[in-house]
Design a binder for this molecule. Structure first.
Ligand SMILES: Cc1cc2nc3c(=O)[nH]c(=O)nc-3n(C[C@H](O)[C@H](O)[C@H](O)COP(=O)(O)O)c2cc1C
Length: 351
């Protein structure tokens, strides 16, 4: 069976090339996940480090899916959306009954505290719902090898350093990371995990490049910040639309974690966000407590709290400069998928 046949068997509603919506914590919830899957991609709910509301998000997704005039074809007893966990903080024992109850098509793991924790999540997920596929997001060749040997991951989401939100502080862009992961795992047609590329992909040209680098599909986070289904403050969304020249206006840093109190991340990880006053003050030597106090005061301003001269955090990747309009999540999926075909056709004409 080749990779495309495997994808069609595991996710029968899917259309190729595969477009995945990243499980962005608190932002990618039922509406976004369902719209993405409805359009032939794979949508994820971002449970992140806190599963206390996950039951209600999954229940909403189930309701939305069961209201469709024609149901999406799925593997028996699975929900055609996935759930993403940030494993160092998520509660395994609270998550498993929900996996068993809803049987998402995929469980996405990211940043476990140890390989034994990754093994425990994997084993218990497979026990709770054997049809649920294990996806692991990795940012290095070594982590990719470990995810395969520890979890026998069905899918590796290979995250390049352009990605918005959290990832490895030291990393490579997809351009070199993806082919090296591909070679290290000796991935060949139908053998080894499927590879999904993440990081810096916001439109069809970069999606096409990722496919040419060896990806079976692409995952987008930053682009989906600008869709009506995103659970996001308008000030944050406006900031994503405003920012251009992503390599200059975003930075990988721990500053925003310190201000927001999300300090459970390992030293190996930081996050990419749009630079703002909090960041420049931190770099300029402002005391963390003072910066935090100003950040908390800024929260009172609502949408006005976002902007280059303001202080609220806008996590986004280097592709933020390519995000220029708010568009429906399903339309984004279709635009990328159809665009890849057009770009490939154009490339063929150059040969
Ligand atoms: C706002 C935001 C929140 C994110 N939250 C999560 C998360 O909760 N769990 C996770 O595994 N990845 C998370 N990510 C990373 C994505 O999974 C993905 O790697 C990244 O968005 C891909 O790069 P892109 O933003 O350039 O598309 C987040 C990304 C963003 C932009």
């Amino acid at each position: 069976m080749n990779d495309m046949q495997r994808i069609k068997e595991d996710y029968p509603w899917i259309q190729t090339p595969v477009v995945v919506g990243a499980p962005m914590r608190l932002i990618a919830l039922a509406d976004m996940a369902v719209e993405i899957s409805k359009a032939g991609g794979i949508g994820f709910i971002g449970a992140g480090t806190d599963v206390s509301d996950l039951d209600s998000h999954l229940s909403s997704a189930q309701t939305l899916l069961s209201a469709l005039p024609s149901p999406l074809p799925t593997k028996p007893h699975t929900l055609p959306i996935g759930v993403g966990f940030i494993n160092w903080g998520a509660d395994l024992s609270a998550a498993m009954p929900l996996i068993q109850k809803y049987k998402p098509c995929a469980a996405w793991f990211f940043a476990p505290s140890s390989l034994s924790s990754l093994a425990a999540w994997t084993q218990q997920t497979r026990q709770a719902s054997p049809a649920t596929k294990i996806w692991v997001q990795v940012g290095s060749v070594q982590d990719a090898i470990s995810a395969v040997s520890t979890a026998d991951a069905d899918v590796l989401v290979v995250q390049g350093t352009d990605a918005g939100g959290h990832g490895l502080a030291h990393g490579a862009s997809l351009m070199s990371l993806l082919p090296e992961v591909h070679d290290a795992l000796s991935v060949s047609a139908g053998v080894g995990p499927l590879l999904i590329a993440a990081g810096g992909i916001a439109e069809s040209r970069s999606a096409c490049a990722a496919v040419l680098l060896g990806a079976d599909g692409v995952c987008l986070g930053t682009r989906f910040l600008a869709c009506p289904e995103a659970s996001i403050a308008s000030g944050y969304q406006a900031e994503v639309l405003r920012a251009t020249d992503g390599g200059q206006v975003t930075v990988r840093t721990k500053v925003y974690d310190h201000l927001r109190g999300t300090t459970g991340w390992a030293e190996t990880h930081n996050a990419r966000g749009i630079v703002n006053r909090s960041y420049f003050d931190a770099v300029g030597g402002m005391d963390v407590e003072e910066n935090k106090r100003l950040y908390e005061a800024e929260m009172e301003k609502g949408d006005e709290g976002w902007g280059e001269h303001a202080r609220m955090t806008a996590y986004a990747g280097t592709a933020v400069g390519l995000v220029r309009e708010v568009k429906g999540a399903g339309d984004i999926v279709k635009e990328i998928r159809e665009g890849v075909k057009v770009v490939l056709k154009g490339a063929k004409m150059m040969l």
